[in-house]
Write a protein that binds this ligand. Structure first.
Ligand code: MN
Length: 192
């Protein structure tokens, strides 16, 4: 592996196309992820907005390497829930990750298999350390700005999206006046 110098756009999170894998998730890709199914279906039928995307450096998934890139969550609500990523555990469960906030205002929601929940608000210039064993999801709590974060974790950790797709997170991040609230997920554990 050679050294690299990679420019990141702090506002958009974009990195040069030659060095990235990108992935986009629209409303219709997120059925079962947001609690308010009626709101989600209506939004999917209306304009099926882009909810989040990420740009990964595409590093080899080998022991000793680091995977890194950017995650961009757009502002919006599905019912009362803020736009967010699906969230995942790592396949190698005890794998930590760092997220550094480049722009916007967000919450990193985390929970471990035993049900311990942690969350951290993040603003530009702040890093969140996601401990090993914790599933994690980025939530954009701004009404008008993108949430852009830089992430890095061991490249061979892998992703387990299925557990969250089946059970959800125990807590939801919802609008609350001009701010946000963390509330119990009424549908947690349902096999959606
Ligand atoms: Mn991760």
């Amino acid at each position: 592996m050679k050294s690299k110098l990679i420019p990141f756009d702090l506002e958009t999170g974009k990195i040069p196309e030659s060095v990235q894998d990108s992935l986009k998730r629209h409303i219709s890709d997120l059925a079962g992820i947001f609690a308010d199914t009626d709101a989600l279906n209506a939004m999917a039928a209306e304009d099926d907005r882009l909810v989040y995307e990420f740009y990964d450096m595409g590093m080899p998934e080998t022991e000793g390497d680091l995977a890194f890139g950017t995650s961009i969550v757009y502002p919006g609500l599905v019912g009362r829930e803020f736009f967010m990523t699906k969230g995942h555990f790592h396949t190698i469960l005890d794998t930590a990750e760092v997220y550094y906030c480049l722009s916007g205002h967000g919450v990193m929601m985390m929970e471990d298999p035993e049900g311990h929940v942690e969350y951290q608000e993040m603003r530009p210039g702040e890093a969140v350390y996601v401990p090993g064993k914790y599933a994690h999801r980025s939530v954009n709590i701004s009404r008008d700005q993108k949430l852009v974060t830089f992430y890095v974790f061991r490249a061979d950790a892998g992703h387990d999206y299925g557990t969250i797709e089946q059970k959800g997170f125990r807590k939801l991040v919802v609008e609350n006046g001009d701010s946000y609230a963390v509330v119990d997920n009424p549908r947690w554990g349902e096999n959606t």
